[in-house]
Design a protein around this ligand. Structure first.
Ligand code: SF4
Length: 661
């Protein structure tokens, strides 16, 4: 195998019509979604600068943060294991499985598990691992690797998934996405209920509290961490944040960058296994902290890539990924890289060696779109150049050692000279502009000989005739003129501030915007309105917590997990106005499964318990002592098939909030 195979794979991807349609749909929706989501965050640049600084500090002092985190997690009752590499991680997991005589493993999406080849490694031991994220389930049925770190089945059309479900699950062929989602819900519900072990990743670990944070949209993350008797979390050692405050910052960036949401449907905060007084949750929790090349990468020129929070935004922004998709990122040995896209072209060689995966960095135009999209402001183009220059954890080479041709070396030295002198650079720009215009007048692109590679899938734009600095100055002038027109009046008395909606109004609007339903009513009307809603749905038994029990009348109630109950009525500790979310904290009299297993979740919330934002919610002291808490933002959803939004893949299909004014 060689780089030739890589090129062939790229050509095959470019010629694949289905893939091109699927990738175009994904890129457009994700990019627009991200921009819309950040329009409500005016201090976005400041946040990403802070995020960058926090992650840089964590990586620089990883040993201290890790020992603090491990001490807290252990104190909380979670058993911590450390794995130096994939082999050790698998060995630890098999030991846990053996202890519990486990056969069936329900797994939610985790990139680190892809990295250690988790599913295949467990097969010889007789363990059946079932992926429960819809996209992962689809690629597992096809025997493939995910093609995107967030949307694993992004390369498939609905027709392909319809055919797959027909072939593998025996249902009649359909292209109806809700029907396919309903099938997956039915099949996977059985897996959640009968699995011996639930396996998840972890988006963040909070060093201060030992909390594991898991972000999902479908509800499978909640299922695998709540229903099976044993939960095992797999986590890369770099996924730490120092405090809950920092977690709030990262949670304000991750879902917006990844899926264009203010918050994902479920943000789980896991502190400990089931406590004596809890009505649900696993008896035992384990955390496997995986190094697998990270320590070596920390001491390499690629260290900055360890700040990645795996949001996938750089993949969606990258003009190369948008054309070739994740399966085209292959190593010299022909294996699909565990991490694709711009970040994958750095992390894959960084963790697993430049020799095999160094070629991935060639799949970049170095346009900088990846860095612009990155919520942690990682300098991806610079890191890609480092990989191209052979600088990684396993080998460090200079241009000398790379055998760069003499002519190219001369050209690069000339460019270096010009780039250091503004005068020489502008002369060079003017010359380039004049030459390109006389070479192909009146054309937007230059025609170059075929051997250069230009013109095959991308054209070479003509040089500008004026230097960059003068164009930049003109643009700056235009911005200043516009800013003067929009500048607020000097006298503050003249300024009329836009009306600020009340927290209740904002909460209601936000929740309605993501498919939830809010009823604002006085307390005395709640019981009657609730009874009417349950009656309309033909419901006779309800799952409840202590608060729900107070309001449900004339109906049988249950408190232990029961998959035959169709509605759950619970209280909520608070509501978050900026995202229309509910915070539920587990504990005595508060089973979290009441808001997870039934098709309908009804929450009782007092308007006085509304807070403006996530940071205030995460600061609440009730979270820390609880074994688990969850932030629920609308009904369960997925966009895994052709990016089409489908409601209710694993969790409730409806979320109703009775907001007591
Ligand atoms: S590099 Fe940045 S944009 Fe890309 S996945 Fe990581 S955090 Fe997201």
């Amino acid at each position: 195998m060689s780089t030739k195979t890589f090129r062939l794979r790229i050509r095959r991807s470019l010629a694949d019509q289905n893939l091109q349609i699927a990738l175009d749909g994904n890129a457009l929706r994700r990019t627009v979604g991200r921009l819309n989501a950040f329009s409500s965050v005016p201090d976005y640049q400041e946040r990403r600068r802070r995020a960058h600084a926090i992650k840089a500090d964590v990586i620089a002092h990883l040993d201290q943060y890790l020992s603090r985190f491990i001490a807290q997690v252990t104190r909380n009752g979670i058993r911590v294991h450390r794995a130096a590499d994939a082999k050790e991680a698998i060995h630890i997991f098999l030991e846990i499985a053996r202890e519990h005589d486990a056969r069936l493993v329900a797994k939610s999406k985790s990139m680190v598990s892809e990295e250690i080849n988790f599913n295949h490694a467990l097969e010889p031991a007789g363990l059946q691992v079932v992926e429960t994220d819809l996209g992962e389930y689809i690629v597992q049925l096809r025997g493939e690797r995910p093609s995107h770190i967030l949307t694993p089945a992004v390369h498939l059309t609905r027709a392909q998934v319809g055919q797959l479900f027909h072939d593998k699950l025996g249902i009649p062929y359909t292209e109806d996405i809700p029907e396919m989602v309903a099938t997956a819900r039915r099949v996977l519900r059985q897996v959640f209920l009968t699995a011996d072990i639930g396996v998840s990743g972890a988006n963040f670990g909070v060093a201060e509290t030992g909390t594991l944070c898991l972000v999902t949209n479908e509800g499978n993350g909640r299922m695998v961490t709540t229903l099976p008797p044993v939960h095992v979390a797999l986590m890369g050692i770099e996924r730490l944040v120092p405090t809950m405050d920092d977690l709030a910052l990262f949670l304000s960036l991750l879902p917006r960058s990844g899926t264009g949401q203010k918050l994902s449907a479920y943000t789980s905060l896991i502190n400990s296994p089931k406590r004596f007084e809890d009505l649900d949750g696993p008896q035992e929790r384990h955390l496997i902290l995986i190094d697998n090349g990270r320590s070596a990468m920390r001491n390499s020129p690629l260290v900055e890539a360890l700040s990645c929070i795996r949001c996938g935004a750089c993949l969606n922004a990258c003009p190369v990924f948008r054309e070739i998709g994740g399966h085209a990122y292959i190593g010299q040995d022909g294996s699909i890289a565990p991490y694709p896209g711009p970040i994958g072209a750095i992390v894959s060689p960084g963790l697993f060696g430049c020799e095999n995966y160094g070629q991935l960095a060639q799949a970049s135009s170095l346009c900088g779109a990846c860095q612009e999209a990155c919520p942690v402001d990682i300098n991806l183009p610079e890191l890609l150049l480092r990989v191209r220059a052979g600088e990684s954890a396993d080998e460090q080479k200079s241009l000398e050692g790379l055998g760069v041709p003499a002519l190219l070396k001369l050209g690069l030295q000339g460019f270096q000279l010009a780039a250091r002198s503004p005068f020489l650079f502008s002369v060079g720009e003017r010359l380039g502009g004049l030459l390109s215009h006389s070479y192909s007048p009146r054309k937007k692109y230059m025609r170059l000989p075929a051997w250069t590679g230009w013109g095959y899938s991308k054209d070479f734009p003509r040089f500008e005739t004026s230097p960059f600095r003068s164009r930049w100055k003109k643009m700056e002038q235009a911005i200043n003129t516009e800013a003067q027109v929009c500048r607020p009046p000097k006298n503050p008395a003249e300024y009329i501030a836009p009306p600020v909606p009340s927290l209740a109004a904002r909460f209601s609007d936000e929740l309605a915007g993501i498919g939830g339903q809010v009823y604002r009513l006085p307390e005395k009307e709640v019981k009657a309105r609730l009874a009417k809603l349950l009656q309309e749905r033909g419901i006779e038994r309800v799952a409840v917590d202590d608060i729900g029990e107070e309001y449900v009348t004339g109906m049988e109630t249950v408190r232990v997990p029961d998959p035959t109950v169709w509605a759950g009525v619970t209280g909520a500790l608070l509501g978050i106005a900026e995202s229309g979310s509910l915070l539920l904290v587990g504990g005595e009299g508060r089973p979290l499964t009441a808001s997870l297993l039934p098709d309908i979740h009804i929450a009782i919330l007092r308007a006085s318990d509304l807070v403006p934002d996530l940071a205030q919610a995460l600061a609440r002291p009730e979270i820390r002592p609880a074994s688990a808490a969850v932030i629920i933002t609308g009904p369960s959803r997925t966009g895994d098939i052709e990016m089409t939004l489908s409601i209710g893949v694993h969790g409730p299909k409806e979320v109703h909030v009775f907001l007591i004014d």
